[in-house]
Ligand binder design. Structure first.
Ligand code: ZN
Length: 294
């Protein structure tokens, strides 16, 4: 039995995992001051209640830069420079501990769930754009912990919108939830639309499904930029499948089909048959992948 901990900005998801299946799950609030203490006390209490004496280990998915169990920063939570060992050892002196960036563990979780491929990338489209890369069943971390930071590939430099990272024209500026709204606002007066003054990325997809001209145009552009990113990833890491996850991916078929259409146009012939699928696990991928680190 393992614990898979998915730490988010507002809640911590705690999964009890056996043979790559989540058998029990809980949520506790994310508190900056007592984050790791709260998690450990919860796990201790759970083990006591269930008469569990031994576990295989605890895996963590963390929203930020993590290299080799050292947490450089978690910007959404406001924590930095934490050794996982120092934070957890007082509570679990001998248990195996491993931590990774949350996009990476979500990719691992999705791969373990499908249990079909060993080489996969998962793009997470949410408030930002993240990506986890799995090769031969193992997360690619990179020297700077930046492998898979495709949200900051300069893919949309024709627009050149400024990005939170300091660059201009990053994929995230057009393909994240806020990026999609930004694109729609930019073209608002060029096409007919039923969008009101204030709207969300979900509204854009919902109206695109009803053939709203502006929303169709925006979804087309978003699909194109994502396809461009995938085509670059494909000739870099040459995986079997791309999973598309995160809140924006709930748009469903309309987004996946647009990405597939453009991927066929812009990808190299050797990687044209790579599968592009919607992620299935949604909220559980982080817990399952975190436990999968162990
Ligand atoms: Zn950027």
């Amino acid at each position: 039995m393992k614990f898979g901990i998915d730490v988010g900005g507002t809640t911590v998801k705690i999964g009890v995992v056996e043979k790559n299946q989540i058998i029990d799950k809980f949520e506790i609030p994310t508190k900056k001051e007592t984050l790791f203490q709260d998690i450990c006390l919860f796990l201790k209490e759970y083990m006591k209640k269930k008469n569990i004496e031994q576990i295989e280990g605890i895996g963590f998915g963390l929203p930020g830069n993590v290299i080799g169990n050292y947490i450089h920063n978690l910007p959404n939570i406001g924590l930095e420079n934490i050794s996982l060992e120092e934070a957890i050892r007082p509570y679990f002196p001998e248990v195996k501990l491993l931590a990774q960036n949350d996009a990476n563990v979500a990719a691992l979780g999705e791969m373990l769930y499908h249990n079909e491929y060993k080489n996969a990338c998962m793009l997470t489209l949410g408030t930002g754009v993240g990506c986890g890369i799995i090769l031969n069943g193992k997360i690619v971390e990179g020297v700077h912990g930046a492998a898979g930071e495709v949200g900051h590939m300069i893919i949309a430099d024709d627009y050149g919108f400024p990005c939170s990272c300091g660059l201009q024209g990053c994929l995230e500026t057009v393909a994240s939830a806020t990026g999609i709204v930004r694109l729609a606002k930019y073209h608002y007066h060029e096409y007919k639309t039923k969008l009101k003054n204030e709207f969300t990325a979900k509204d854009v997809f919902d109206l695109a499904k009803k053939e709203d001209p502006l929303c169709l145009f925006v979804v087309d552009r978003v699909g194109y930029y994502i396809a461009k990113c995938l085509s670059i990833l494909a000739v870099t890491v040459d995986v079997e499948v791309f999973y598309i996850g995160g809140g924006v991916s709930k748009a469903g078929d309309i987004l996946i089909q647009t990405i597939q259409k453009y991927y066929q146009k812009v990808s190299h012939y050797a990687v044209k048959n790579v599968k592009i699928e919607a992620a299935k696990l949604l909220n559980d991928a982080g817990m399952l992948g975190a436990a999968g680190l162990i």
